[in-house]
Ligand binder design. Sequence first.
Ligand code: PEP
Ligand code: MN
Length: 333
Amino acid sequence: MLIVLDSPQSCARVGAHLTGEGALVEPFTDARPPLLAVVAGAPPAEQVRGLAGVVDVRPAAPYLSTRHAGGPRTVDVGGLVVGGDAIVVAAGPCSVDDPTRLGRIARGVRDAGASVLRAGVTKVRTNPYGWNGPGPGGLPTLRQAAQQHGLRSVSEVLGVDDVDAFAESVDLLQVGARSMQNIPLLRRLGRTRRPVLLKRGFGCTVDELLGAADHILSGGNTDVILCERGIRAFEPGVRFSFDLSAFALLKERTRLPVWVDPSHAAGDARLVGALTRGAIAAGADGLIVEVHDEPAHARSDREQALTLDAFTALMAEVRRIAAAVDRPLAEAR
Ligand code: PEP
Ligand code: MN
């Protein structure tokens, strides 16, 4: 049982009352709205509904990320509004390779219409012998390239101990598909004041993704963006299968903004355009796309990286489709 309360004080009071009655409760006082989970010994729902300060009583399923918890939410990413009218595009290389290159890519994606620079510094690779990125030491390179070109930045944070360093350097903290179920990491991110881009695990359901979002939101961090990035299906011609059905379901069920990553879904630069166009037409609030000035030299994910020219051409199409669904594109600073 999940009890929705009108204030942190009510959360504490109702918690104490139910504990006195023999229930085992877990308070989420910092969540907005505050929640009280009754883990065991729940009294009948009608009885709980009658207590002062109780707004609602629900099954203990994902709640804060769903529409039950309220209307659509916007997320502030370094002054950029995500989940409003404007579509936000994050673009850049898979990983921070070298500063000169990153500067070139940043300028190119900004000129094409991106407003956020993406680049991983700690790469989690399926291939045990793949490039792992420069590590958190690469964060200043990312920050400098983004700032110099009027872009916000997004990068994947892998471990609980890295959260503070990343939160100081980047505007948006990315949780990778392989980390979507790293509960200690999600919990830790619930206690930061930086927005989080939460990617769907490629073997995870929509409900599990919303549950992961609730792990962050229940800690008091209200700024979570979800991202569909493809799931493991049975077509070997694509790296993952872009799940437009799940995207549609998310738009229906969640109050959070939803982005799409066509690059990791496709795994092939030639397929990125079609997935992007479909996602924008379907109502994506943002995109995260891999772009490289010389894909053949990318140290990770070179097959799926768009050239700057291909990205520029794609952005022209994105603008046209966005206009058809009455949405502008967010601007860089
Ligand atoms: C990435 O965006 O750099 C990445 C590794 O994506 P995913 O976690 O979706 O595989
Ligand atoms: Mn990548």
